[in-house]
Design a protein around this ligand. Structure first.
Ligand SMILES: [Fe+2]
Length: 318
């Protein structure tokens, strides 16, 4: 009993200290699971994100403004032929070389936390050293090409509602095939947050196309219900309070609101040719689509740091 009480006090303090942090995905205390803790965070996040979006959209040309507005309402921005063919080939060649000699480029490799036990699937994520670290010539060259066009950074900033610097973006080169944990519909975070994917090869229906439920990022009512449900279920299964960050999943499969969420959004399956760049608000439900396990999917991913409400506040008002 006393142990339980101490754990509850610890959890309440942690929830208060981390209220503004987007890495603190859900409340861990019983008290804040009962109180509208997560609702309040969702509302603050929406307010700050919209404020920032209104501010930066003015910097774009009138034509681009329309695309960004559509992106905010869909939660996804599709850019076909993002790089000319010759440049995409360069990106691909450099990426292959970096993967081959990853150790000498200070590239970290893991399975992305996506492999199920005893799985026959293949999943390799090669994380480039951070932009502000000492880079080898080849890594610097890849960064230069990827950021030769401002759109990637602009789109990530816009969808997440945060003013990122290049050092806030983690870039990985990935090769995956077969069934992975990320094959299930899931939402990354309660707050608006962004990721981008550049296809280095043509991606077909059977080769893990990125899939997104358009509009699921902005349906406030369903987001609140789903977040509450997920926080409660994790509260019950995380008695030791030792699960955090990316160990906490919000899978649509486990939700009683699954049908409503599907009915209120539109499924987009991104089977597109190489050189397609997809920027997406991954607070909306998404997944890595079906793979028949025949061919690897070869992509470059851009993952933004989660940040905090303080940082969104700064981005929105200063
Ligand atoms: Fe995800």
């Amino acid at each position: 009993m006393i142990r339980k009480l101490i754990l509850e006090i610890y959890s309440i303090l942690k929830d208060i200290a981390l209220f503004a942090s987007y890495s603190h995905k859900i409340p861990i205390s019983f008290t804040f699971n009962k109180l509208p803790y997560q609702n309040l965070r969702i509302f603050i996040d929406i307010f700050l994100t919209k404020k920032y979006q209104k501010k930066i959209i003015k910097k774009f040309s009138l034509n681009d403004q329309k695309d960004y507005e559509l992106g905010a309402s869909n939660g996804i921005i599709l850019n076909q032929n993002y790089f000319p063919e010759k440049i995409l080939d360069d990106i691909k060649n450099i990426s292959e070389n970096l993967i081959k000699n990853y150790k000498q480029h200070n590239i970290l490799v893991d399975d992305g936390g996506n492999l199920e036990e005893n799985s026959k699937s293949f999943s390799r994520y090669y994380y480039l050293p951070n932009f502000d670290e000492k880079l080898t010539h080849e890594v610097a060259e890849l960064y230069n090409i990827l950021y030769s066009n401002n759109s990637i950074l602009n789109q990530l900033n816009f969808l997440a509602g945060l003013n990122f610097k290049k050092k806030d973006i983690i870039i990985h080169i990935s090769k995956v095939k077969g069934k992975l944990l990320s094959d299930d519909w899931h939402s990354d975070c309660f707050s608006h947050t962004a990721k981008a994917f550049l296809y280095l090869q043509n991606i077909e229906k059977s080769n893990s196309p990125f899939c997104f439920l358009k509009g699921s990022h902005s349906n406030v009512n369903l987001k609140i219900l789903n977040q509450k449900e997920n926080a409660n279920s994790i509260f019950k299964n995380n008695e030791k309070k030792d699960k955090h960050g990316d160990e906490i999943w919000n899978k649509l499969e486990d939700s009683n609101y699954k049908k409503e969420i599907f009915d209120n959004s539109e499924l987009v399956e991104c089977s597109f040719p190489k050189s397609t760049l997809i920027t997406c608000d991954t607070s909306g439900f998404h997944k890595k689509g079906f793979s028949d396990g025949q061919k690897e999917r070869f992509t470059i991913g851009f993952v933004t740091k989660r940040g905090s409400m303080y940082e969104k506040f700064k981005s929105a008002f200063f």
